[in-house]
Each structure stands twice: as structure tokens, then as C-alpha cells.
Design a protein around this ligand. Structure first.
Ligand code: GLN
Length: 287
């Protein structure tokens, strides 16, 4: 019977063809990620095991997933998980899908945490609008002396963040708090981090359907000028920071001057910044 089944490479080629035909942006990568993910193959196995037959139930699973991708659902949402900073993370409808560019915020913050770790016995991190927990969990995985709070308005997001902490062995050092920005937060932190919603409401509709239809609007919509979240954070942050603490933020590609002005007006100084893989301003650090 198996002789009549299509092989992995044949199925992969067919998925790639359908994605290409439908104008999916990166058809080869998406086809490979989707087929490998559903067959539970690693990125090398998907190539080395190309001659193996695909069982009927697996093929049905792949075909159903292809339909979802053609309806603009991102590959990692279909698979229900993705990697961020080397950590496997569950996604849910209530969480923004972590983007590779956000890893730059983690990279930018680590030197500050490592310097602080030389003089502080224990580091406290606060991740506002934690979603999957990505930023906080990545920082905790790199800093054994740190513990963190992930806050979010969404109870569903916090459940996902908690499973992700458990999945990566970080449960003991990670806590969640349901909160709109600082509302229900107590304590003083060495690092406050956030990738808040920063898209101006009026342009939300112009984003790719992969984003607007599948990332939660609350994780994207930054209000009329896209700056609502930064204003809310800047207003109260000083009361939650250790004297030597820092704030690290992801920002929209054209928001550097605006966000800097918001934080300067609240008494902070911009001490660092970083660009994303597309050379846009993407991260600001304030102290
Ligand atoms: N980077 C996301 C996007 O443009 C937006 C994330 C956010 O608003 N924080 O798809």
C-alpha cells in the first residue's frame, strides 16, 4: 500500500506550488515549515527523508493546513507554536506572534542585565503586555539570577505565557499579573521591557491580512497616533524602577523621535537604541 502513497518531497513540491500560485510571500519557506511541522520533522529531516511515503491521515492534515494558509493564516499559528530566541513557545488567539525583530530587544537588554547582575543579588524584570511571554522568558533563560513578571490585560494570553514558562523550565522564576500597564503591578524593577501595541488605529486595516486577521487587535492598536501605550508607560514607570533600572521598548519604524519625546517629557533619557534586520529604528532604551 505504501508504494502508492506520495513521498514527502512530492507533497512538499505540491504545497510549494500552491503557495506560489496563490502569491504567498515566501512560498518555499512556508511550505517547508508547514510540512515539516505537521510531520514532526526537523529542518534537516524534511530534506533527508524526502523519499519516505506520507501516510493518508498526515496528507489530509497537510491539505487542511494548506487551505488555512491560503486563507492568510500564518504558518506558525497553524502549527500553534514557534521559536523565539531559541525557546519553543505556544501561540494562542490572544497572543501576538513573536517576531524575529523582537529578539533585538532581548539582545539590547542583556548587556544591561549582565552589568546589573554584578552588583545586584537578584534582578527583577517586568514585561508589560507579555503576550506569549517571549521577551521576559528569553531574558530569564539568559539570566539565571533574574526573576520576572509578565503582565497582560488578557487572561488568555497569561495562560499561554504560563504554559510557555513551564515548557522552558522557567516556571519558578516567572509570574503573571493581569493588568493594564502598571494598574495591578507592585514592586520595583531593574528592567521594564515591552513590545506594546504601536500601530496607529487608522492604518491597522492596511497591514497584511496575516497580521490584521490573526494577531489580536489589542496587541497592535496603539490609538490615534500609535503612541497611547508609550504615554501610559512613561507616565507611571518612574514609580516602578530601581534607581539603576532601565526601560527597553520595541517601537514602530518611524516612532523614534515621538517615543523619545514622550519619555523625555516624563524625565527619562534615551541611553541606547537598536535597528531591526531591515535597518529601521526598532528598539529604544531609557533610564
Ligand atoms: N511588529 C508588529 C507588526 O507590525 C506590530 C507589533 C506591535 O504593535 N507591537 O506586525
Amino acid at each position: 500500500m505504501t508504494g502508492t502513497r506520495p513521498t514527502v518531497s512530492k507533497v512538499l513540491a505540491e504545497v510549494r506550488r500552491r503557495f506560489t500560485e496563490a502569491g504567498i510571500a515566501d512560498p518555499a519557506t512556508d511550505a517547508r515549515l508547514l510540512v515539516a511541522g505537521l510531520l514532526k520533522f526537523s529542518s534537516t529531516e524534511i530534506l533527508s527523508r524526502g523519499n519516505e511515503p506520507v501516510a493518508g491521515d498526515k496528507e489530509a492534515l497537510i491539505l487542511a493546513a494548506v487551505e488555512r494558509r491560503l486563507a492568510h493564516e500564518p504558518v506558525h499559528r497553524i502549527l500553534g507554536e514557534r521559536e523565539f530566541y531559541g525557546l519553543p513557545l505556544w501561540l494562542s488567539a490572544e497572543t501576538l506572534e513573536p517576531r524575529p525583530d523582537t529578539e533585538i530587544l532581548v539582545d539590547t537588554m542583556l548587556p544591561y542585565l549582565r552589568t546589573l547582575a554584578k552588583t545586584e543579588e537578584h534582578l527583577h524584570i517586568l514585561d508589560l503586555g507579555t503576550g506569549t511571554g517571549a521577551i521576559c522568558l528569553a531574558l530569564l533563560s539568559e539570566c539565571p539570577e533574574a526573576s520576572g513578571i509578565g503582565s497582560d490585560v488578557s487572561a488568555g494570553a497569561l495562560r499561554t505565557a504560563e504554559s510557555n514558562a513551564a515548557r522552558n523550565g522557567l516556571k519558578e522564576r516567572f509570574e503573571t499579573v493581569q493588568s493594564s500597564w502598571f494598574q495591578n503591578i507592585h514592586g520595583m524593577f531593574h528592567a521594564i521591557v515591552s513590545n506594546p501595541p504601536y500601530i496607529a488605529s487608522s492604518i491597522l486595516d492596511s497591514l497584511a491580512p496575516e497580521v490584521t486577521k490573526f494577531d489580536p487587535a489589542t496587541a497592535l492598536d496603539g490609538g490615534p497616533d500609535g503612541l497611547d501605550a508609550y504615554k501610559a508607560i512613561a507616565k507611571d514607570a518612574a514609580g516602578f524602577m530601581q534607581p539603576n533600572g532601565v526601560i527597553g521598548l520595541e517601537i514602530g519604524y518611524d516612532q523614534r523621535n515621538h517615543v523619545t519625546a514622550v519619555f523625555e517629557a516624563a524625565g527619562f533619557k534615551c541611553v541606547d537604541s537598536a535597528k531591526d534586520y531591515g535597518q529601521n529604528d526598532r528598539v529604544l532604551v531609557f533610564a
